[in-house]
Design a protein around this ligand. Structure first.
Ligand SMILES: *[C@@H]1O[C@H](CO)[C@@H](O)[C@H](O)[C@H]1NC(C)=O
Ligand SMILES: *[C@@H]1O[C@H](CO)[C@@H](O)[C@H](O)[C@H]1NC(C)=O
Ligand SMILES: *[C@@H]1O[C@H](CO)[C@@H](O)[C@H](O)[C@H]1NC(C)=O
Ligand SMILES: *[C@@H]1O[C@H](CO)[C@@H](O)[C@H](O)[C@H]1NC(C)=O
Ligand SMILES: *[C@@H]1O[C@H](CO)[C@@H](O)[C@H](O)[C@H]1NC(C)=O
Ligand SMILES: *[C@@H]1O[C@H](CO)[C@@H](O)[C@H](O)[C@H]1NC(C)=O
Length: 244
């Protein structure tokens, strides 16, 4: 790829005055996973200098220049790259392991070789999503009737699907494959809940799904388990008791 081995200095100068390439690549990665930022080189030459830096902080985090015996990674000012960087000595590609949301952002690759070139990687880190929690919502007053509650409210079970500490997600109820309701948040670290009313004898399949643009998690509703009629709480079943 880099052929002007003996003309390095000449071409570096040429690069400075105009031939700098400027490419941006977006990469998405799940929290806890690894991401490799590829130089797309099969092999780097002795004289080539490779520099990786964090754009926002102008911080050098990895460098290769074999001609001067340099092959290093750095932990960064707040040490957030400590034990997380792997530099490939053949290709110069940089791997960030066990990534967290703190590692999201732009990374710049600069190559000083026959030509000077650079490439920017925009790294998005997605949080792992918790499985939503479906619980009975006893705060709904539909069955704690005052007078003669309607028969339909007696047959309904109020549920709520909830998640805690999420951000940039959508929480939705599905009946089979069709969307019933959903709620979205863009904030970080918020708790979300979404209600659902079903009839006790409903035989449809319901599920509560949390998603971001990258992944999703599903919790299926088990009506027979969650919507048991408690004799103590609902006057609706007193006629059944009176038969005994
Ligand atoms: C080159 O990158 C800079 C920031 O590094 C950006 O402002 C500029 O728009 C880019 N130019 C092109 C042609 O992509
Ligand atoms: C689900 O909710 C129940 C009742 O609030 C709680 O006891 C349980 O710990 C929750 N589970 C999760 C995984 O949040
Ligand atoms: C539940 O309570 C609200 C007010 O708190 C009332 O407007 C509503 O009619 C009640 N619903 C039932 C089914 O009792
Ligand atoms: C009972 O739930 C069904 C949907 O499952 C709904 O259409 C109906 O309005 C509910 N009835 C009451 C009284 O909330
Ligand atoms: C969840 O997925 C839907 C499409 O299935 C999408 O429109 C929505 O933007 C996603 N939510 C987030 C927060 O990315
Ligand atoms: C959840 O993600 C899978 C792929 O990861 C996709 O096939 C499925 O449609 C998604 N489910 C929902 C409800 O968005």
């Amino acid at each position: 790829m880099i052929t002007f081995v003996n003309l390095t200095n000449l071409f570096v100068s040429a690069g400075v005055f105009g031939s700098e390439t400027n490419e941006t690549k977006s990469v998405s990665v799940m929290e806890g996973d690894s991401v490799t930022l590829h130089t797309d080189f099969t092999e780097i030459h002795e004289d080539d200098e490779i520099m990786w830096s964090v754009v926002a902080e102008h911080t050098l985090i990895a460098q290769i220049h074999r001609a001067s015996g340099i092959f290093s990674t750095f932990d960064g000012p707040d040490e957030r790259f400590r034990d997380r960087l792997k530099l490939d000595d053949q290709t110069g590609s940089l791997t960030i392991t066990d990534i967290t949301t703190k590692h999201a952002g732009d990374y710049k690759l600069e190559i000083i070789a026959a030509q000077l070139s650079s490439k920017t990687f925009s790294v998005s880190v997605y949080a792992r999503l918790p499985t939503p929690n479906i619980t009975r919502d006893f705060s709904q007053n539909s069955s704690s009737s005052s007078s003669s509650s309607s028969s339909s409210s007696q047959q309904n079970c109020s549920l709520v699907c909830s998640v805690v500490n999420v951000g940039h997600v959508t929480l939705s109820w599905y009946k089979g494959n069709s969307l019933l309701s959903s709620i979205s948040v863009s904030d970080l670290s918020i708790s979300l809940s979404l209600p659902l009313e079903v009839e006790y004898q409903d035989k449809n399949t319901y599920s509560c799904v949390i998603n971001n643009s990258f992944t999703n998690q599903t919790q299926h509703l088990d009506i027979s388990k969650l919507c048991q009629i408690h004799s103590g709480t609902s006057p609706a079943i007193s006629p059944v008791i009176s038969i005994i």
